[in-house]
Design a protein around this ligand. Structure first.
Ligand code: DAH
Length: 357
């Protein structure tokens, strides 16, 4: 029995992993292990011999079992120590640079404007960039012979031979989304529609693709006064300046009656633009009360409903707010420009958290 004991205690001490330990356990104290075989021999012994050998065998079995479990936890401790030694982390290293990519000023400003109008109860509507000339012009009270069609330097799509759909254009403004939104939702309605628009024009202040944001509010008794309040609230929030002052100037658009262009007070003293002070005025948007013909085109009864609409250039607002001098740079994808004027990806503009930080 002493030989048996020595053999297994040594084997346990020499085992290098859990599988080896398990093999030893089966060999020594398993059902058909050496200790079990010895126990079977108890039957052939005299009662006196059995009284001595029985307890000794049981003690041997216990001893081997506890040697195995002690070795098991020693192996686990060693494995953990080894992991701790190899898998280490230097928490004093500097973080990775945060601004790998940035949010484009157009995206940023679109989010800012949407946050402001969202706060005033407007939701966002969308329409296609390839638009039928009916939505882009006729439905907006711009008939075929109207000068606006040529003034807008429209890109016409060539329709394939045999295609009898009406002529299509790249939308020249976001105003057609007014029609689509009213067709879909009817009245009352409060929506804004940001998006790309296209005109064949290119110089320092014009690019063939640019961005507009349309606004539309239709209800039973919406007036010019509501339009004025909404636009003033918007400008104050957007430019993050209390001293913003607006001027409403009578104008003309086919889709509104009456119509007003809105100018913002500014100064060019010393060659730099300052908003909210000085004696200059700069035009920032067009607006007015939606023309009854437009409501009718969209299936809304002008005897029952009325409201205002406005359209502004997103790119221009971005240039004004963030002091960006050349419109064309927006679309050049120059990395240095993007890093300079871009915004941190995780700073989402909200009314509570701040628009631009
Ligand atoms: N669609 C006009 C443009 O592109 C802008 C505009 C003016 C939109 C007056 C409106 C509005 O909704 O009421 O120049």
């Amino acid at each position: 029995m002493d030989d048996l004991r020595q053999k297994y205690i040594d084997a346990v001490a020499a085992a290098s992993d859990e599988t080896a330990l398990e093999d030893i356990r089966v060999q020594a104290v398993g059902k058909k292990g050496e200790v079990a075989l010895k126990m079977r021999e108890l039957g052939k012994m005299t009662p006196e011999e059995r009284q001595i050998a029985g307890p000794k065998l049981n003690a041997l079995k216990d001893e081997i079992n506890s040697a195995i479990s002690a070795k098991k936890s020693a192996l686990a401790d060693a494995a953990l120590d080894e992991r701790l030694r190899t898998e280490w982390l230097d928490v004093t290293l500097p973080g990775r640079p945060q601004r790998q990519g940035t949010i484009h000023p157009i995206s940023q400003v679109t989010e800012e404007i949407s946050a402001i109008f969202g706060d005033m109860g407007f939701s966002v509507a969308e329409g296609p960039q390839v638009e039928s000339d009916w939505y882009n012009f006729d439905a907006l009270n711009i008939p075929a012979e109207h000068p606006t069609r040529t003034e807008m330097d429209t890109f016409y799509m060539t329709m394939p031979d045999g295609d009898n759909r009406p002529p299509h254009v790249l939308r020249t403004h976001t105003s057609p989304v007014q029609i689509r939104a009213m067709e879909m939702q009817g009245a009352p309605i409060r929506v804004i529609a940001p998006g790309r628009v296209y005109r064949a024009d290119y110089d320092q202040t014009h690019t063939p693709m640019f961005h507009q944001l349309e606004g539309l509010a239709i209800d039973k008794d919406i007036s010019m006064a509501n339009l004025k309040w909404v636009l003033e609230e918007f400008c104050r929030a957007f430019f993050e300046l209390d001293g913003i002052e607006l001027r409403f100037r009578a104008s003309h658009f086919p889709f509104t009656e009456p119509s007003a262009e809105v100018d913002i007070r500014c100064s060019w003293a010393g060659g730099t633009l300052k908003l909210g002070e000085g004696d200059d005025w700069m035009e920032i948007l067009g607006s007015g009360m939606v023309h009854p013909h437009v409501l009718k085109s969209a299936g809304v009864d002008p005897d029952e409903w009325q409201g205002f609409a406005f359209g502004m250039g997103i790119d221009r607002l971005a240039m004004l707010k963030y002091g960006i001098p050349d419109l064309r740079a927006f679309f050049d994808s120059d990395l240095r420009w993007l890093r300079h004027y871009g915004f941190a990806a995780l700073d989402v503009p909200t009314m509570r958290g701040g628009l631009s930080r």
